[in-house]
Design a protein. Sequence first.
Length: 187
Amino acid sequence: MTPVVVVSTSSPDASVALIVAGEVAFAEARPSERQAGAVVLDLLRAMTERTGCALADVAAWVADEGPGSFTGTRVGVMLVKTWAFLYDRPAGVVSAFDLIDPARTVAIPNRKTDFLLRIPGHAPTVTNNLPAEVVRDADGNLPRPRAERAASLVHNIRWTSAVALLPDYVLPPSISVPKRPQEVLPT
């Protein structure tokens, strides 16, 4: 038995999955807007209670590397880095695109009117016009990444050390530059 925990925080939902021998033993997602860390901790607590798998028993940790929410992605990656480092376990990353659908055209909302579009076999691009073949759920909405989808993505997980694990934002963050830099006072 080799339990693997997958954490996804790149969308407005946080999701956690426990995968044992390629099968999903636990999976849950909750809204997490601006509280991804707290929601992931709650989900891990629920996972431990329902499955009996302690965090120290986890053989490897996997993070959703993005793209998606800048801060949300950082939170998930940092939590996975921390646990992998703490327990001296392998760390891995999987793309948010793949946690939606690894084989089809996928779009992730980016900023106000743009989307990051990934067509299989091509690098992601930014667009404001979604093609008809973009994956949608039954209600016509763009699906969000879900940690449990990693159970079928073993070949897409890139393994590394906890220290080397980094998010992939695809685009630089949209931060503003101060008009007048703040003065640094001598100490």
